[in-house]
Design a binder for this molecule. Structure first.
Ligand code: UDP
Length: 366
């Protein structure tokens, strides 16, 4: 590519997660990541197509719908787990489709945290930018990613440095950010009511029970929003804290989510695992809602302690309670400002777009 000419408009093929249809919530943060990135890149004049499981919906974005059985989510499996494919895997069907149309595109953006796309990488002509949205979960997947990191330098993109460090090949990963919000989609709220929020997939690695325990102890209402991925886990929390002042609002679309979130004094993030990024953190910031999070994984790189929230000792409910007491020290305008600048959709678009150009430059230089 000639560096003096204007950067070219690209044709980009996005491969979605195979664990659920877009819009179902089963894919977790990757769903919003794809939506925001596709809209941002399209607004810059790039052409975008998305391949995703049948039933996917993403507003005005066009989707190539692929049938097949969903993959198991990696976070529910052991490190030593084998790679398992169902009889008619949507993941394989999506990548077969990608192979049949790859020559219509300049670059492929993979968001599946699964073995197959890494294994298939050498069989594609077009460069694949792998957006790795989790830390190390399964040794077999780590190995497949590691091979690609060596054979296709620069193609492994991760959200945060802490996430990269869960892999033995951290130095071969490029930190490309996890997502960025469009501030126009979230309304800023200066004067909250006396309630807290907790958002996310309701699944053990998110440790919702710690936030419920903090609500139970402080008596402050906790609004819970998100997909119930593990119903038995959710039932247990309700049984363990029968009198906690919690309200479950369901899995809400973004415009409703921000309406309930923005009126909260603070949001609690209680991950037991190393969260790669934490979309809900930047959504809270966009509403002006400070975050109290365990000092672990992505949230610890998103939150500025004492300015946009508080980072507390991991797994300490006491720490959450002490920070709740200090929420009024945070200027909510600082939270909104962080979402408008560092964590905006356009800032993230800059990072990803330049990553794509670098990969294409490398490919052309070969
Ligand atoms: N979310 C949503 N509706 C809800 C609660 C959450 O759409 O009621 C979305 C939220 O916008 C975010 C995602 O769920 O994009 C959770 O992503 P995050 O990165 O926080 O965690 P992950 O699920 O990827 O581990």
């Amino acid at each position: 590519m000639n560096s003096r000419s204007a950067p070219p408009k690209l044709k980009i093929l996005i491969l979605s997660t195979p664990v659920g249809a877009l819009g179902s919530g089963l894919g977790g943060g990757v769903e919003l990541t794809i939506a925001n990135l596709a809209r941002e890149l399209r607004s810059r004049g790039h052409a975008i197509d998305i391949i995703a499981p049948t039933g996917s919906e993403l507003g005005d974005l066009s989707i190539i719908q692929i049938p097949g059985e969903l993959q198991l989510t990696a976070q529910t499996q052991e490190q030593a787990a084998s790679i398992v494919m169902p009889g008619d895997p949507v993941l394989a069907n999506m990548w077969a489709k990608a192979r049949s149309i790859e020559h219509h595109y300049d670059i492929i953006f993979n968001t599946a945290f699964d073995w197959l796309p890494f294994y298939l990488t050498p069989f594609f002509d077009r460069p694949i930018a792998h957006f790795v949205s989790m830390g190390s979960q399964i040794a077999a997947i780590d190995l497949a990613i590691n091979r690609v990191a060596i054979d296709f330098p620069g193609t492994i993109g991760v959200c945060t440095r802490t996430q990269a460090e869960t892999f033995s090949f951290a130095d071969l990963c490029c930190v490309v950010g996890g997502n960025g919000v469009d501030p126009a989609v979230y309304d800023y709220c200066e004067t909250p009511e006396d309630s807290l929020a907790w958002l996310g997939r309701i699944s053990p690695e998110k440790a919702l029970e710690d936030a419920v325990a903090a609500a139970d102890r402080t008596g402050i209402k906790l609004k819970i929003m998100g997909k119930i991925q593990d119903p038995l886990y959710w039932d247990k929390i309700q049984r363990d804290y029968p009198h906690a002042p919690i309200e479950y609002l369901g899995f809400l679309p973004t415009h409703e989510l921000q309406q309930s979130l923005r009126t909260c004094r603070g949001m609690l993030m209680t991950p037991r695992w190393v969260e790669a990024f934490g979309n809900v953190a930047i959504e809270a910031l966009a509403c002006g809602v400070p975050i109290i999070a365990y000092r672990r994984g992505g949230p610890a790189e998103i939150i500025t302690d004492g300015k946009t929230g508080f980072l507390v000792e991991p797994d300490s409910v006491e720490g959450l309670i002490a920070a709740i007491d200090r929420l009024d020290e945070i200027d909510r305008a600082d939270c909104r400002h962080a979402a408008e600048t560092v964590f905006s959709q356009s800032a993230w678009g800059n990072l990803v777009e330049s990553w794509f150009y670098q990969l294409l430059d490398r490919k052309h230089a070969k």
